[in-house]
Design a binder for this molecule. Structure first.
Ligand code: PAD
Ligand code: ZN
Ligand code: ZN
Length: 376
């Protein structure tokens, strides 16, 4: 391509610090180095995890930064030593990389990657630097991906090549929200047929948990949200009933225990709220209930529970990206979507041009949207 090996000037939404609106800036994107891939982003979703950074809930972030981790695009150029990915390929950047060599990658029971710590925590990609510059200032990368930009550069183990015919404005959700929720049910919880599930939080990720619970054959899926406007859509996805904790003036786990003969088999916390996490644990059946923590709680916050709650057989676990090994599974999930094994189109409530990104965040925060897709 004409741009190969050159700096690309393009637009990006730069986050200069917490509690400030993003500003669309002219940035420069340097060419990919060894084992790196430069991608033209075509579509990206807005996930609550991006908003956690904006609202200052996550403290280990270095500013300025380009957020966004739920995108899809087309490879513009590749650095030396990149194999299996070439210019023109459709790809999804992976916020959980898969290097294939670290202790996590080599363990079939883990799906995180030791390389992620490098990208996520210090705001750089693998070569310990960033490829973004704005007004002469170097701008950090977010979660190995940074998709709120027309062009991004990622490490080759942080990107998956997907089917040539995949609709990028839909399958971008496989880059985070859909996969996280769906996998939390089928991989992390391993929901059994006939079981009772409770899903706390009916945003894009919670609704995707419901898709997974339904595919796994749960007999009851109880959707829980403080915003009753979320209930109709949750039922379309497969929730068998929906309830609002605000409608009760007693501990919510007692309400769920009464509804379910003593507690649910699986409780999913998909909000990032410590009190709800504690309530979710108490809502599970004492002899065999499992709680899956999916929501991202503020940095350094702590949840508490009585150890006795676990001695009778309860399990508490967490999952990132739904327990899927990213590079292996993202291409397969894209094909499953194209073969209509599941439908994620209903997660998309809004579409906006990239320039209206702040409007997209307002829609999320006001509870009006599930997923807004920005097109670039
Ligand atoms: P969202 O904001 O679209 O959905 C959250 C839902 O929770 C909304 O419908 C709220 O109305 C509801 N809610 C808020 N407070 C309460 C409460 N106290 N009780 C009941 N309901 C409540 O977010 P999302 O679906 O994009 O993300 C959900 C969480 O999952 C969030 O914390 C995000 O950071 C996390 C996440 N985790 C991973 C991962 O890999 N573990 C990936 C992606 C997102
Ligand atoms: Zn996300
Ligand atoms: Zn690894």
């Amino acid at each position: 391509m004409a741009t190969t090996g050159k700096i690309i000037k393009c637009k990006a939404a730069v986050c200069w610090g917490p509690n400030k609106p993003l500003t669309i800036e002219d940035i420069e994107v340097a060419p990919p180095k060894d084992h790196e891939v430069r991608i033209k982003i075509v579509a990206t979703g807005i996930c609550r995890s991006d908003e956690h950074v904006l609202s200052g809930n996550l403290s280990n972030i270095r500013f300025p930064i380009i957020l966004g981790h739920e995108g899809a695009g087309i490879v513009e150029s590749v650095g030396s030593s990149v194999t299996g990915i070439k210019p023109g390929d459709k790809v999804i950047p992976l916020f959980v990389p898969q290097c294939g060599k670290c202790r996590c990658c080599l363990n079939p029971d883990s799906n995180v990657c030791a390389e992620a710590a490098i990208g996520q925590n210090d705001g750089t990609i693998l070569a310990n630097s960033t490829r973004f510059t704005c007004k002469g200032i170097s701008v950090n990368n977010f979660a190995c991906t940074s998709t709120f930009t027309e062009y991004t550069v990622v490490d080759d183990f942080s990107v998956a090549k997907i089917h040539d015919d995949a609709p990028l404005d839909k399958v971008c959700l496989i880059g985070c929200g859909f996969t996280t929720g769906y996998g939390s049910a089928i991989n992390a919880a391993k929901v059994k047929p006939g079981s009772i599930c409770a899903v706390f939080g009916l945003g894009g990720v919670g609704l995707s948990v419901i898709i997974g619970c339904k595919v796994a054959g749960a007999s009851r899926i109880i959707g829980i949200d403080t915003n009753p406007n979320k209930f109709a859509r949750a039922k379309e996805f497969g929730a068998t009933e929906c309830i609002n904790p605000k409608d009760y003036d007693r501990p919510f786990h007692e309400v769920l225990a009464e509804m379910t003969g003593g507690g649910v088999d699986y409780a999913f916390e998909v909000i990032g709220n410590i009190e709800v996490m504690e309530s979710a644990v108490s809502s599970t059946y004492y002899g065999c209930g499992t709680t899956i923590i999916v929501g991202v709680a503020p940095t350094s916050s702590k949840m508490s529970f009585e150890p006795l709650q676990l001695l009778s057989g309860r399990t508490i676990k967490g999952a990132t990206f739904g327990g899927f090994k990213s590079k292996d599974h993202v291409p397969k999930l894209v094909c499953d979507y194209m073969n209509k094994k599941f439908n994620l189109d209903m997660l998309i409530t809004h579409k906006l041009p990239f320039e209206k990104i702040n409007e997209g965040f307002q829609l999320l925060c006001s509870g009006k949207s599930v997923r807004t897709i920005l097109t670039l």
